[in-house]
Write a protein that binds this ligand. Structure first.
Ligand SMILES: *Cc1c(COP(=O)(O)O)cnc(C)c1O
Length: 327
C-alpha cells in the first residue's frame, strides 16, 4: 500500500484564496439566550447561508478550479442524493464545464430541480439495487470525465476546511469546536484549520447516534462499515468514513460524539425560534452535541459549525411539529 499523502493547512489556505470572491464569507452569529443557558460564549459559523445552501460549495469549487483545460473540456461526474450534487453543478456552471450528476430517482424533487437548474445533466439510479460509485467510475472511464467524490478527496476536504479558517480569522482562538460529520470532509478540513490557528481548541465531530460508524472507527483505530443508518440527518447517512478523512481525523480530532434525532429536532426548533434560521437536520448535529453530549462548556469559547440549510419546507414544518423537548 502506498502511504497517503495527507493535505496540510497550507492547502486549506490555498483553497481559501481560490474561493475568495466566489464563495460567500458566511456570517458568525451569536445568541445571548444560549450563552446564558450554557454559561459560555458560543459562535455560530453559518454555512446554511453559503451558496447553494451548504458548505459543500467550498470543496466542490476548490476541486473543480484545479482541473486542467483537458479535464474541463470533458467535465466532471459525481454522485449524491443531496448537497454535493448541487455544489458540483453550481461550481461547474461557474467554471464553464459540463457536469453529470448521478442521483437517486427518489431524491427530493427540490434537490433534483436545483441541480438541473444549475445546468447539470442528471442520470438516475436506484439506491437499493444500483451502485452509484460504479456508475460514476464507468462514466469517468468511458467519457473521460473526472470523478469528484463527496468527501474523500484532498481538494474537497481542504475546501471544506476554509469555513473554520474564516471562523478563527474572525473571532480568534476557541476552546471547543463542534462540527457536523458524515464522511468526514468538513471535520478533517476544519481540524487542519483548528490545529494551525487555534492549537489548543478541542475539535469534535458529531454524527447521528443511529449511524456512529466514525465513533466506532475512531475508538477502534480501524474504519468500521455499518449499514446505511436510519436518521433524519440525511446528509450524514454515510456507512463508512473516508480513508483520507479518517487519517486526518485520527491525527487531529479530539473525539467523536453523537446526537439523537430528537435532539436534532430540538436544535432545529431552537434555530428557527431563537435565531430565525432554517437549518437542515444534518446541520443541527453540532449544536445538539454542544447542548447534550456532556462536554463541560462553562466559561469557555465555543464554535458551532452549522453545515447547511437545505430542507424541504414541508419536511421542516413536519419535523418542527414533533415535540421539541422530548429526548
Ligand atoms: C455533506 C454534509 C455533511 C457531512 O459532511 P462530510 O464532509 O461528509 O462529513 C453535513 N452537513 C451537511 C448539510 C452536508 O451537506
Amino acid at each position: 500500500m502506498t502511504p497517503l499523502a495527507l493535505p496540510t493547512f497550507e492547502d486549506v489556505r490555498a483553497a481559501a484564496q481560490r474561493l475568495h470572491g466566489q464563495a460567500h464569507r458566511t456570517p458568525v452569529l451569536r445568541c445571548a439566550t444560549l450563552d446564558q443557558q450554557l454559561g459560555a460564549q458560543v459562535f455560530f459559523k453559518c454555512e446554511n447561508f453559503q451558496r447553494m445552501g451548504a458548505f459543500k460549495f467550498r470543496g466542490a469549487f476548490n476541486a473543480l478550479a484545479q482541473f486542467t483545460p483537458e479535464q474541463k473540456r470533458a467535465g466532471v461526474v459525481a454522485y449524491s442524493s443531496g448537497n454535493h450534487a448541487q455544489a458540483i453543478a453550481l461550481s461547474a456552471r461557474m467554471l464553464g464545464m459540463p457536469a453529470t450528476l448521478i442521483m437517486p430517482h427518489d431524491a427530493s424533487p427540490a434537490k433534483l430541480a436545483a441541480t438541473r437548474g444549475y445546468g447539470a445533466h442528471v442520470v438516475h439510479y436506484d439506491r437499493y439495487s444500483e451502485d452509484a460509485m460504479a456508475m460514476a467510475r464507468q462514466l469517468s472511464a468511458e467519457q473521460g470525465m473526472t470523478f469528484i467524490p463527496p468527501f474523500d478527496h484532498p481538494h474537497v476536504l481542504c475546501g471544506q476546511g476554509t469555513a473554520a479558517l474564516e471562523l478563527f480569522e474572525e473571532i480568534g482562538e476557541l476552546d471547543h469546536l463542534f462540527v457536523c460529520l458524515g464522511g468526514g470532509g468538513l471535520l478533517s478540513g476544519s481540524a487542519l484549520s483548528a490545529r494551525a490557528l487555534s492549537p489548543h481548541c478541542k475539535v469534535y465531530g458529531v454524527e447521528p447516534e443511529a449511524g456512529n460508524d466514525v465513533q466506532q472507527s475512531f475508538r477502534s483505530g480501524q474504519r468500521v462499515r455499518i449499514p446505511t443508518p436510519v436518521t433524519i440527518a440525511d446528509g450524514a447517512q454515510t456507512p463508512l468514513v473516508g480513508e483520507l478523512t479518517f487519517e486526518l481525523i485520527r491525527r487531529h480530532v479530539d473525539d467523536i460524539l453523537t446526537a439523537t434525532d430528537a435532539q436534532l429536532v430540538q436544535a432545529m426548533h431552537f434555530y428557527a425560534e431563537r435565531m430565525k434560521m432554517v437549518v437542515e437536520p444534518t446541520g443541527c448535529l453540532s449544536l445538539a452535541a454542544a447542548c447534550h453530549a456532556g462536554v463541560p462548556l462553562k466559561g469557555q469559547r465555543v464554535g458551532v459549525l452549522i453545515s447547511g440549510g437545505n430542507v424541504d419546507l414541508q419536511r421542516f414544518a413536519q419535523l418542527l411539529q414533533q415535540n421539541p423537548t422530548q429526548d
